[in-house]
Design a protein around this ligand. Structure first.
Ligand SMILES: NC(=O)c1ccc[n+]([C@@H]2O[C@H](COP(=O)([O-])OP(=O)(O)OC[C@H]3O[C@@H](n4cnc5c(N)ncnc54)[C@H](O)[C@@H]3O)[C@@H](O)[C@H]2O)c1
Length: 386
């Protein structure tokens, strides 16, 4: 028998573009009535379903939409970085046109971050923008990708190289519905990767006790204990929602939305290196994004320790959380410091040739630093080198 767990609602406060994020356990069958409350009946919907999802996840959502009176067309989408492409976007745009979606109709994305980003971009561009509903099914997409309105795809250049998220649009969803029960079919490695973003969030709101709560409940989250999972997902969504509401388009020069990149400048320097493995097994290479972020957050903490903005105690606590989450705390096989710092300089978040990193501050949030001393960066890289 399924357990009753109270759902939680987090508001993303963006004035006329404000929306709710509903987090609950086994709530996917509520999707039809929830959308109906927002847009009324008789709309057409293109339901974009992550190819990897079992029918036990997609069918209740589809039935719920149909029973609520929507005219639903389904499209399956492949969820990997290779298919986060203009080609898949084009196919879905054609599917939307074939389904005769009009300006008042909707795209509903059911899947992880890849499907959410592609389907969101389809909604942002079809007929110059129609509504999108995000129904995330990975931990990462629940706590991060589905909230905040960034949509987009990768761009493959003539020489075969890929620019990640190079084409996209800001397009806030009308509603986000996160059913944590869908996480039960997610691979353990993907679940752990989502936890890396949760650990990052604990440092963006140390003032709210999320750090302590995450420390206490990591095991419950990894075993998908329903109440703990709903609670932690909702609290993480609240962190992202607050940051996005304060700086929707990442314009705040003092930090704002850019603080969400904590650990990412380090992570981007290592996640595209094909030979790096999170453990001793070569077949697990390359690193997944979450694994690189976990290492990046630790490197950023080490920088902060060096700069005196955070304590050894905070570094130790974050290291213990990363380790308990089953994510790497050190890694073998990285290039030398100079090569890594050079890769950081070429990160797309670099502004006007200046390297920017986010560093934690004890008892507060995080701070943006421009052009940190290379010696500090070397110490940080050394701290995660096995
Ligand atoms: N828009 C944003 O603000 C934002 C933020 C962070 C990340 N992202 C993007 O999100 C993407 C990563 O998202 P992700 O970590 O969710 O990975 P993903 O979408 O690649 O999904 C990971 C794998 O899990 C499968 N899957 C999804 N849900 C499942 C389920 N419930 N059961 C079984 N399998 C399932 C997918 O098919 C895929 O194979 C990246 O492309 C990244 O750029 C976007």
């Amino acid at each position: 028998m399924s357990r009753q767990v109270a759902s939680r609602t987090v508001r993303v406060d963006l004035e006329q573009r404000a929306y709710d994020v509903i987090v609950g356990h086994e709530i996917r069958a509520e999707i039809g009535p929830r959308i109906r409350e927002i847009v009324g009946p008789d709309r057409r919907i293109l339901l974009v379903i992550d190819d990897a999802l079992p029918n036990s996840i997609s069918e209740p959502a589809l039935d719920s939409l149909a029973r609520a009176g929507f005219h639903v067309t389904t499209a399956r989408a492949k969820a990997d970085e290779e298919h986060k492409s203009l080609e898949q976007t084009g196919n879905l745009l054609i599917a939307a046109a074939n389904a005769r979606l009009g300006r008042d109709d909707l795209v509903v994305a059911l899947g992880g971050g890849v499907v959410g980003d592609v389907a969101g971009f389809v909604a942002a561009t079809y007929r110059r923008g129609i509504g999108v509903i995000q129904c995330p099914t990975t931990l990462l997409s629940m706590v991060d990708a589905s909230v905040g309105g960034k949509t987009g795809v990768n761009l493959t250049l003539e020489d075969g190289s890929t620019l990640k998220n190079a084409v996209g649009a800001f397009h806030q969803p009308r509603l986000v519905l996160a059913d944590t029960q869908t996480l039960s079919t997610l691979s353990e490695r993907n679940l752990r990767c989502g936890l890396a973003e949760c650990i990052k969030h604990t440092l963006l709101c140390a003032d709210e006790g999320l750090l302590e709560r995450t420390e206490d409940n990591i095991d419950g989250l990894l075993s998908l204990e329903p109440e703990i999972t709903v609670d932690l997902v909702a609290r993480n969504v609240a962190v992202k929602a607050r940051v996005v509401a304060a700086d929707e388009r990442e314009h705040d020069p003092t930090g704002g939305r850019a603080l969400l990149n904590l650990g990412h400048t380090f992570a981007h320097a290592i996640e595209t290196l094909p030979h790096l493995s999170p453990d001793a097994h070569r077949e697990n290479a390359p690193l997944r994004h979450g694994e690189a972020v976990a290492l990046g957050v630790l490197a950023a903490c080490r920088c902060a320790l060096e700069l005196g903005t955070c304590s050894q105690d905070l570094v130790d606590r974050v290291t213990r959380m990363v380790s308990r989450a089953g994510l790497p705390v050190q890694i073998a096989g990285m290039p030398g410091d100079d090569a890594l710092i050079d890769r950081m300089q070429h990160d797309k978040k670099t502004l006007g040739g200046k390297l920017r990193i986010v560093v934690p501050e004890t008892g507060s949030r995080c701070r943006l630093m421009t052009n940190p001393d290379p010696k500090v960066l070397q110490i940080a890289w050394a701290s995660i080198r096995a």
